[in-house]
Design a protein around this ligand. Structure first.
Ligand SMILES: [Zn+2]
Length: 226
């Protein structure tokens, strides 16, 4: 009854086409789900996402659920998640990819999920890490821990002027630090992020995680811009 009233004033709408969802639908309507550009990269161990890292950093397996196109439906989803706080989108995509990975041999020996972190100032401004629900739902589907107190984004505050100067040239390096490294010793880590474009962020994170003793890295993102 209360839920019906809430739905009357705040109808549950599809996050892509804005039509009202039926009671058995969740986040994205059936038509839009069927139109989503899925990659099925998890079924191919030499896919385009994995190739991004060739010659850069050793990665066991890498996949993205969807293909990102400018002005496409996937861009709309990620925009709603990041800037309009629709965290149910991250949960939905994480549950979906998590179930796919749980049924895939090459992802069966992963021990834990680690999200690409936000800097704490950005976290405070946005209120949430857009990758958190995605990562937590993947970890739930794989029945492994979600660990967000090992990899941190480093502060640039002391080099703000230099950062601005470098950013203008477009070659700013992101930087991450490792704490509690015992937690990931001898572990196969699934590193998760929203988008992969050049792979620079995921490469920087992997470099840091690989400093811990005997770790292996695989990667999963919501979407791939290639
Ligand atoms: Zn729709």
């Amino acid at each position: 009854m209360i839920q019906d009233l809430i739905n009357l004033f705040y109808p549950n709408i599809c996050q892509i086409c804005d039509t009202e969802l039926f009671k058995n639908q969740n986040v994205i309507c059936t038509n839009c789900v069927n139109e989503l550009p899925i990659t099925n990269f998890h079924l191919d161990n030499e896919n385009s996402v994995k190739k991004v890292f060739y010659g850069r950093v050793p990665i066991e397996n890498a996949t993205s659920l969807l293909i990102f196109r400018k002005k496409g439906s996937v861009q709309k989803l990620i925009h709603s998640l990041k800037y309009r706080g629709h965290q149910e989108i991250g949960a939905y995509l994480g549950k979906w990819l998590g179930e796919e990975l749980a049924a895939t041999e090459s992802y069966s020996n992963i021990d834990l999920v680690i999200p690409v972190p936000l800097h704490k100032k950005k976290l405070r401004a946005r209120g949430f890490n857009q990758v958190e629900e995605f990562g937590k739902h993947i970890s739930a589907a794989l029945n492994i821990p979600y660990v967000d107190d090992v990899l941190l984004k480093k502060s640039f505050s002391s080099t703000q002027t230099l950062k601005t100067r470098l950013a203008r040239w477009g070659n700013i390096e992101e930087s991450f630090i490792l704490i509690n490294s015992d937690k990931i010793k001898n572990k196969h880590i699934l590193l998760v992020d929203d988008l992969i474009t050049t792979g620079a962020t995921l490469e920087a994170c992997s470099d840091v995680l690989l400093q811990a003793e005997n770790t292996k890295i695989s990667i999963a993102t919501m979407a791939f811009t290639g």
